[in-house]
Design a binder for this molecule. Structure first.
Ligand code: C2O
Length: 475
């Protein structure tokens, strides 16, 4: 069979049956017992399980495997998607459907001028019931969003991460690149890679809200839209690599071959894979390609030059006076600045300036925070936006019983240009003001598909977030 072609969900013709077959297969999988590796609940448990859910002996090493805040994020999810796609495709075929079923992708970042619906949840997922009154298998427990409008704004769908020329980075204090920081096998905690932070994390929290399935890694894959979201993230990895020869996956054996992941194929047989097996999509399990991966356009590329791996921590430039507890809609905190050494001369400026949010811990579903910076008492009336602090996976990263000891998430923003406008490196500027504006999360439906009611009953902890430290680094 030729490789499957994953298509843009908003570009499927009216007569296309991809989503109708997807719905039929979801309905079949959701009825299978959780111990069955081809069941809906088993497949979701491979990503994560809610607290208190016991893992059967046969599923040990197969459940709770998702790789986040890690350079394994993209390759692990690629294998996961292929395993899921194979299971759905087999079910579609067994139900009398086409043999070449492929997972569509949801390109919420497409320009509204070429696809005006791009930011809306594809319509087949919106309604609770189908035309004949039966339950819609593609409906799920999500933030309330009439017409599938989750208010995805530019900050949620930005593909700015494509400009990172490095896939990873091991240097503390600087951004970890497109794909994520160097880690071992990793259940979460630390810094998100660029593409994982935005749009990946933003979309999860916007769709799930408080407390739909998508906003928590332990339930996210129960929502049928999870898979179309991840197909798009997986496609963006292809887009990134296709931008030109400087966009290279890691060549380090610690990434390529040292960690082995395990799952099941479409027939429920155990399989293993390493990152090296995930590099050519036509060879991943049954093989697939994407429509709409643009060809390289190097000339137009304005890439982000990043401090490369292996160097020392960049020079310390100041920190907050203590942990910052984010309460209320807006929280302000000061960073006490230390002028960089050797830069006393007004002409010398650091090449890069990074603002770090360290040890972000908390619980519940607080939603994301827009982050602004300013210097107190300058003549500019407004603070400048530097990016979004994403909180997907916060509770898991704060869990002291997991391998990272609950040290939480972290996030790095490059603020070089603003730092120079605000003259941060000059000795007379002694403080930087950082403002966190809570975006808030929409309330989710109380209901869930009947077969998944148990998951919807899981009690959430009240939301809280603390940023352990805000720090500044020069390089
Ligand atoms: Cu492993 Cu979108 O999550």
């Amino acid at each position: 069979m030729a490789a499957r072609i994953r298509r843009n969900v908003w570009k499927l013709d009216r007569s296309d049956e991809t989503l109708a077959w997807y719905g039929k297969a979801v309905a079949a999988l959701i009825r299978r017992p959780i111990e069955d590796p081809s069941s809906w609940r088993y497949l979701a448990a491979v990503h994560g399980t809610p607290q208190g859910m016991a893992t059967p002996a046969s599923a040990r090493g197969y459940w709770d495997q998702c790789q986040h805040q890690s350079w394994f994020f993209l390759p692990w999810h690629r294998g996961y998607l292929a395993s899921f796609e194979a299971t759905i495709a087999k079910t579609v075929k067994d139900l009398g459907g086409p043999a070449d079923w492929a997972l569509p992708f949801w390109d919420y970042s497409e320009s509204l001028s070429t696809e005006r619906n791009a930011r809306l949840l594809p319509s087949a997922f919106v309604e609770r019931t189908l035309g004949d009154g039966s339950p819609n298998p593609l409906w799920s427990r999500r933030a309330r969003a009439p017409g599938g409008n989750f208010e995805l704004d530019d900050t949620a769908v930005s593909t700015g991460a494509l400009r990172f020329t490095n896939f990873t980075n091991s240097r503390p204090g600087v951004p970890s690149g497109f794909g994520g920081p160097e880690t071992g096998f990793n259940p979460g905690g630390g810094d998100n890679g660029g593409i994982e932070s935005v749009p990946h994390n933003r979309i999860h929290v916007k769709i799930g809200g408080d407390s739909g399935f998508m906003s928590d890694p332990s339930t996210a894959a129960l929502d049928p839209i999870f898979w179309l979201h991840h197909a798009n993230i997986d496609r963006l990895w292809e887009v990134w690599r296709n931008q030109g020869p400087q966009f290279q996956d890691p060549s380090d054996e610690r990434w390529l071959t040292s960690v082995v992941f395990q799952m099941h194929d479409g027939d429920g047989r155990p399989i293993t894979f390493r990152c090296a097996d995930m590099l050519d999509t036509t060879k991943v399990l049954h093989g697939y390609t994407y429509e709409a991966v643009p060809v390289a356009q190097e000339a137009e590329l304005e890439s982000v030059e990043m401090a490369m791996a292996g160097g020392a921590r960049p020079e310390f430039g100041g920190e907050s006076e203590g942990p910052v507890v984010l309460t209320g809609p807006t929280t302000k905190a000061d960073v006490v600045l230390v002028p960089p050494s050797g830069l006393e001369a007004a002409t010398a400026e650091p090449r890069h300036v990074y603002l770090n949010l360290e040890n972000i811990t908390g619980a519940g579903i607080p939603g994301d925070y827009l982050v602004y910076i300013d210097v107190p008492d300058d003549d500019q009336p407004t603070a400048s936006f530097i990016g979004v602090m994403t909180t997907f996976g916060l509770e898991r990263a704060s869990d002291k019983s997991l391998s990272h000891g609950g040290s939480g998430l972290s996030q790095v923003f490059e603020i070089t240009e603003l730092a120079s406008q605000l003259k941060l490196s000059e000795a007379n500027v002694s403080r930087l003001k950082v403002t966190f504006v809570r975006e808030g999360v929409a309330k989710a439906d109380a209901d869930a598909p009947a077969e998944l009611a148990d998951y919807a009953a899981v009690q959430r902890k009240p939301a809280n977030v603390t940023v352990g430290k805000i720090s500044l680094f020069y390089d």
